[in-house]
Design a protein around this ligand. Structure first.
Ligand code: AMP
Length: 234
């Protein structure tokens, strides 16, 4: 996929239920726009691979919550983002994937951005019905080494269970196990879905139909973002 021209700094949040394909879209968009991809879920997954004794009590608790499919506390998530605040001022902009996930995280992000004199360009909400979401999550396989994401039917690797990019054996994320998926979806409905209203009120929401291949969804996203940019310029 050819990079798009990067005449501009782009600052986006990607919203959507677990399994909708935010991580895949974030990778595609970040390579095209040259924007920093910050995934709080990837940070927690990296943490769970570390030796438990190297983690503080709060981070151990965060990993336990993640494994159970529950949300990590706002306090821990915000500290993680503050520790990586250089991403917010990255020259190519940023793509926030999995953050914010609660209204209080969104309000804290507003403050972090205001303190740096920067603002969001758009909040992209990927929409898909629940049956399809569950099918996507159950077929998802990820590379533990380079974090590439595949799907048994929608985006299969060239060789079964082997990463196209680095050759490592693909794995199912622990929190993609069927019993955890339902809990993650509930957490999304209870805490995160309301962020659509939060950002619609700021005129930032861009809705994208997440059906189809990653490339289709990516093309739809770029068209919608370009249209939005053209409208605000005109
Ligand atoms: P994700 O890969 O974005 O689905 O995140 C995986 C898991 O990490 C979630 O189910 C939560 O347990 C935790 N997590 C990631 N981001 C956040 C966040 N912003 N707030 C609370 N928990 C989070």
């Amino acid at each position: 996929m050819q990079p798009l021209p990067t005449a501009q700094t782009r600052r986006f949040i990607l919203l959507g239920a677990p399994g909708v394909g935010k991580g895949t879209q974030a990778s595609l968009l970040s390579s095209s726009y040259g924007a920093c991809h910050l995934s709080t879920g990837d940070l927690f997954r990296a943490m769970q691979k570390r030796d438990g004794s190297a983690l503080s009590g709060a981070l151990k608790e965060a990993v336990t919550q993640m494994r159970a499919g529950a949300l990590v506390s706002d306090e821990v998530v915000l500290q993680l983002v503050v520790d990586r605040a250089e991403c917010l001022v990255c020259r190519g902009g940023f793509l926030l994937d999995g953050f914010p996930r609660t209204v209080s995280q969104a309000a804290a992000l507003d403050v972090l951005l205001a303190q740096r004199g920067i603002s969001l360009d758009a909040v992209v909400s990927y929409n898909l019905d629940e049956t399809e979401l569950i099918a996507r999550v159950s077929g998802r396989r990820t590379c533990p080494v380079c974090h590439a994401i595949f799907h048994a039917t929608i985006h299969p690797p060239r060789e079964a269970d082997v990463c196209d990019s680095c050759g490592s054996r693909l794995m199912q994320r622990a929190d993609d196990a069927p019993e955890t998926v339902h809990r993650r979806h509930q957490a999304y409905l209870e805490n995160t879905a309301c962020l659509r209203d939060y950002y619609a009120a700021q005129n930032l929401l861009v809705d994208i139909d997440a059906r189809g291949s990653p490339e289709d969804v990516f093309t739809r996203t770029v068209i919608a973002l370009n249209e939005r940019q053209a409208e605000s310029a005109g």
